[in-house]
Design a protein around this ligand. Structure first.
Ligand code: MEV
Length: 335
C-alpha cells in the first residue's frame, strides 16, 4: 500500500470518527399578530422562517459531560454549569435520554431579538440528540424536551415559538388547539428590523400579567389582539396585503398600550412607514427585539432607511400556500 493511500485511509477514518451522530434544525419565527394575546388563551398568527439554527451532535470527549458551543453567539455551556443555557441543555438531554454528547450549533438568527432563537435552538438540539441515540421519531419526547427548555428560558411560554420552530410554515396557534398551518394566497415579503436591544420574554409576559390584574381593560386589549390575529389570517388567505398592513398597525398600537414598545421599536416602526410600509409592528415579546413591516415595492427602501437610522434588517418571504395544499414555507436570511 502506498503512503498516499495509507494517508487517505487514515483521513477517511478520522473523518468518519468526527462525523456527527445526529443533526437537527430549528426555524426562526416572526409573530405576525397576537403575541401576548396567545399567552392568555387567544389566537396568534406566526410564520416560521427558513433561516434558523442547525445543530450537530457528536460523542462527548469527556465521558458523561454534555456540552454546547454556539460560535456565532460566542457562547459555551454545559450541563451542571448553573447557567440558564446549561439548565435548558440538561432538561433536553434528560427527556431524550441522551447524555454525554457534544453539540455544536450554527446559529443564523440573532439571539434575544424576538425571532424565536431559544425555541429554534431547543428544537435543533432535541432533534440532534434524538437522532444521535436512534430516537429521531420520538416526537413526544422531543416536544416535551423543547417545552422543558423553553420553560427554563421563558417561565410559562404559550408554546407558539416552539411550534413555529418545529414547523417552519405559517400557522395559527392557540393554547387549546395548538398549531394549524394556514392558507396564504400569494407570496408576501416581510422586512424584519432589529432594535439591537435584547428582549426578555419572561419579564415582558409577567409585566403584561400584572397589568391585566390591575387594569381589566388590558384583558380586553389582549382579546382584541387575538381577534386581529384571525383577521390577519383572513387577509393572508385573500392576498390582501394592504388589509394585513392595517391590522399590523392596529396591533402595534394595542401592544404599545400594553407598554410593550420602546423608543427604538417606535423609531423602526415610524421609519418603515415613512419609507412606504403599509403596516409595521413590534414582533415577539417587545421591550426590545425586532419589528416587522409590510412594504410592497418598498422593502429595500425600508431596509435602507433603517440602516441610515443605525439599525440592521433583513427580508423574509411568506410564500403562497393554497388552502388544503402543502403547508406554506418561508424563505429569507439575514442580509
Ligand atoms: C414570544 O415570542 C411570544 C409571547 O407571546 C410569549 C409566548 O407566547 O410564550 C410574548
Amino acid at each position: 500500500m502506498s503512503g498516499d493511500t495509507g494517508g487517505a485511509a487514515e483521513a477517511a477514518a478520522e473523518a468518519e470518527e468526527d462525523a456527527p451522530l445526529g443533526r437537527g434544525f430549528g426555524h426562526g419565527k416572526v409573530i405576525l399578530i397576537g403575541e401576548h394575546a396567545v399567552v392568555h388563551g387567544h389566537a396568534a398568527l406566526a410564520a416560521g422562517i427558513s433561516t434558523g439554527i442547525a445543530v450537530e451532535a457528536r460523542a462527548g470527549r469527556t465521558p458523561g459531560e454534555t456540552r454546547l458551543r454556539v460560535p456565532a453567539w460566542n457562547l459555551e455551556a454545559s450541563v451542571g454549569d448553573g447557567t440558564p443555557v446549561g439548565r435548558a441543555l440538561e432538561a433536553i438531554v434528560r427527556r431524550i435520554e441522551a447524555p454525554g454528547l457534544d453539540f455544536v450549533a450554527d446559529a443564523r438568527i440573532p439571539s434575544r431579538a424576538g425571532l424565536g432563537s431559544s425555541a429554534a435552538m431547543s428544537v435543533a438540539i432535541a432533534r440532534a440528540a434524538a437522532a444521535a441515540v436512534g430516537r429521531a421519531d420520538a416526537t413526544d419526547a422531543i416536544d416535551a424536551a423543547v417545552m422543558a427548555a423553553e420553560e427554563v428560558f421563558h417561565g410559562s411560554p404559550s408554546g407558539i415559538d416552539a411550534a413555529a420552530a418545529k414547523s417552519g410554515v405559517t400557522g395559527r396557534f392557540t393554547r387549546a388547539t395548538g398549531w394549524q398551518p394556514v392558507p396564504v394566497l400569494q407570496k408576501i415579503t416581510i422586512c424584519v428590523g432589529l432594535s439591537g436591544r435584547p428582549r426578555d420574554t419572561a419579564a415582558q409576559v409577567a409585566a403584561v400579567g400584572r397589568l391585566r390584574d390591575r387594569l381589566p381593560a388590558a384583558g380586553e386589549v389582549l382579546a382584541l389582539l387575538g381577534r386581529l390575529a384571525d383577521d390577519g389570517g383572513a387577509a393572508l388567505a385573500k392576498g390582501d396585503v394592504d388589509g394585513l398592513g392595517r391590522i399590523m398597525d392596529a396591533a402595534h398600537g394595542l401592544l404599545a398600550a400594553l407598554r410593550l414598545s420602546s423608543p427604538e421599536l417606535e423609531t423602526l416602526v415610524h421609519a418603515a412607514r415613512a419609507a412606504g410600509a403599509v403596516g409595521a409592528k413590534l414582533t415577539g415579546a417587545g421591550g426590545g427585539g425586532a419589528v416587522i413591516a409590510l412594504a410592497p415595492g418598498h422593502a429595500r427602501d425600508v431596509l435602507a432607511r433603517w440602516r441610515a437610522a443605525g439599525y440592521e434588517g433583513f427580508l423574509a418571504d411568506i410564500v403562497a400556500a393554497p388552502a388544503g395544499g402543502p403547508a406554506a414555507a418561508i424563505g429569507g436570511a439575514p442580509r
